[in-house]
Design a protein around this ligand. Structure first.
Ligand code: NDP
Ligand code: MG
Length: 390
């Protein structure tokens, strides 16, 4: 039994994590979200956390009034999130907030000595080196929730070193290559020309996964796979040139590891995030889960394709960000967060998202060492991207 803090509890991952926690009988010590007062109130009444937080101050005040009859402390702002993340009565902090705003709470949890189940990939994209360094220093684990990274993590169990978790060094594991699978999103097969006229509604129609809006758009641009490439580079300590991406339309093979002898291990299952969420929480144990079981004969066939870098340039832009190193991964993430939101507001076209990300790579940026450096780069790149659109 592990006591959980869930940040981003009102989101797609957060609500599924609460489902999983309930099935497992894991107690919830704290919950946090941005401003969804109604759902957080409902979760407080159902799961009885000792504390909860809303990032938005006004929403937090409203929540405090609504739950006056409950024995729960209500916090607000980034300070509130970080306080929940570092609570002494927690065993694992599941970070499923969306965006690079998750960086400070992740750091707070690790500095308090907690293992972090990480769905919030932007944290590792913007601050991978710093985050992994602190995990090593503090001796805490990063348990991947992202399905591809969970698949790789699962393939790395039972190596000659025994059970493996990041941030252990992966040097001795004999990894030759990681292969990330990508669904290809709603626009698989479309050309750069076709993509000029796609709408927000088209982009939000993901074929296999039901997810929050930001990551659904990231899947349509395939920026999601670029972000995951950076996430994998840090989580598994594998050089980017040894990380491949393959399009797999059915989302059944969640990713693969090729070892030095060219033996390849893969993890398969139905596309249901409750599998990786549960594994991150129960590792190294496995328990029965409520998800549909895989029936390969019913699937018939599984298909694999080379990604189309010309129509979907975001993957190569993320590779370039890693090559340029330093602040550039944080810069492409910031440009993407802004561009993704502007596209959803119908202020820019779909291909403009990649153009704005490319622009972030052209600017001279100083190296980043601390979280303050990363936050400063993030802020400056957001402002620059907004300026370009004006
Ligand atoms: P959603 O948009 O569904 O949910 C986002 C959650 O984060 C909500 O609870 C939201 O609160 C909260 N949030 C947003 N901003 C803040 C803030 N400033 N402070 C506190 N809480 C905040 O996103 P998803 O659940 O889809 O994704 C969450 C993360 O997990 C992302 O990083 C995504 O890339 C990653 N991920 C998601 C997958 C999925 O299947 N959904 C798969 C793999 C990774 P509120 O409701 O109040 O706005
Ligand atoms: Mg993923």
């Amino acid at each position: 039994m592990k006591r959980l803090v869930i940040l981003g509890s009102t989101g797609s991952i957060g609500t599924q994590a609460l489902d999983v926690a309930q099935q497992l009988g894991y107690p919830i010590v704290a919950l946090a979200a941005h401003s969804n007062t109604a759902l957080l109130e409902q979760q407080i009444r159902q799961f009885h956390p000792r504390a909860a937080a809303l990032f938005d101050e006004a929403a937090a005040r409203d929540l405090r009034t609504r739950v006056r009859d409950c024995d729960v402390e209500i916090l607000s702002g980034m300070a509130g999130l970080c306080e929940l993340a570092s609570r002494e009565d927690a065993d694992v902090v599941l970070n499923s907030v969306v965006g690079m705003v998750g960086l400070l709470p992740t750091l707070a949890a690790m500095r308090a000595g907690h293992d972090v189940a990480l769905a919030n990939k932007e944290t590792l994209v913007a601050g991978g080196e710093l985050v992994m360094g602190i995990a090593r220093e503090k001796g805490v684990r990063l348990l991947p929730v992202d399905s591809e990274h969970s698949a790789i993590f699962q393939c790395l169990q039972g190596t000659r070193q025994g059970l493996w978790t990041p941030p252990q060094s992966s040097d001795a594991l004999g990894i030759h290559r990681l292969i990330l699978t990508a669904s290809g999103g709603p626009f698989f097969g479309k050309t750069a020309e076709d993509l000029k006229t796609v709408t927000v509604q088209d982009a939000l129609r993901h074929p296999n996964w039901s997810m929050g809006q930001k990551i659904t758009i990231d899947s349509a641009t395939m920026m999601n796979k670029g972000l995951e490439l950076i996430e994998a580079r840090w989580l598994f300590d594998v050089a980017p040139e040894n990380i491949d991406i393959v399009v797999h339309r059915e989302s059944i093979v969640h990713s693969l590891v090729e070892f030095d002898d060219y033996s390849v291990l893969a993890q398969l299952g139905m596309p249901d995030m409750r599998i990786p969420i549960q594994y991150a929480l129960t590792w190294p144990e496995r328990y029965v889960s409520p998800v549909q079981r895989l029936d390969l004969a019913a699937m018939g066939k599984l298909t694999f394709f080379k990604p189309d870098d010309a129509a979907f340039p975001c993957m190569s832009l993320c590779r370039r960000a890693l090559q340029q190193g330093g602040a550039y991964p944080a810069a492409v993430n910031a440009a993407n967060e802004v561009a993704n939101a502007l596209f959803r507001q119908e202020k820019i076209s779909f291909p403009r998202i990649a153009e704005l990300i490319a622009a972030a790579l052209e600017r001279p940026l100083s190296p980043v060492h601390t979280e303050q450096d990363i936050l400063a780069v993030d802020e400056a790149c957001r402002a620059y991207t907004r300026e370009l659109v004006k």
